[in-house]
Ligand binder design. Structure first.
Ligand code: CO
Length: 169
């Protein structure tokens, strides 16, 4: 495994649409393993392949409502699609590619995702609350969309300070 460099806002590839994965091969497994390691190192809640410069439809989301370590909480999604959504939540959101910036973004409260695992097996999964937000945020990356283009406003310095005291970004 190897750490990959996380691209920062301003890199054009963050605004591009990623292509579907067609081969569930060793190269894909390497990418996913590297993304896992990179995400743990960065202490984020999610990472999309285009953030490490690979324009393929692969994301990892950390579901903090699950038991266990961060490794246990990671959900690997290949070619994910949101197939149902309901409710709404309004809250803050950040991104490893846009450090130190948090914005208020409206998202569905509940989403149902259809995706493939690293071996090409299809599965469906629900995400609620923070996890629903993470699914939406990461899948947006695959379509070249950053949360900064969806935010209704950005947190102030005071609000950021409060946030730092209460939670991991
Ligand atoms: Co992001």
């Amino acid at each position: 495994m190897a750490l990959r460099n996380i691209l920062r806002d301003g890199e054009k590839s963050l605004l591009k649409t990623s292509r579907a994965v067609t081969d569930y091969n060793a190269r894909l497994h390497q990418l996913i393993d590297d993304m896992r390691e990179t995400l743990i190192e960065a202490e984020g809640l999610g990472l999309a392949a285009p953030q490490v410069g690979v324009l393929r439809r692969v994301v990892i989301v950390v579901d903090t409502s699950r038991e266990g370590t961060v490794e246990d909480q990671m959900i690997e999604l290949v070619n994910p699609e949101i197939i149902a959504r309901s409710g709404e939540q309004v809250g803050h959101e950040g991104c490893l590619s846009v450090p130190e910036v948090y914005g208020i973004v409206e998202r569905p409260q509940l989403v149902k995702i259809r995706a493939f695992d690293r071996n090409g097996e299809m599965f469906e999964i629900y995400g609620e609350g923070l996890t629903a937000r993470a699914f939406c945020h990461e899948i947006d990356h695959l379509n070249g969309v950053l949360f900064t283009s969806l935010a209704t406003r950005f947190l102030t310095a005071d609000e950021l300070e409060e946030l730092r005291k209460t939670e991991r970004p």
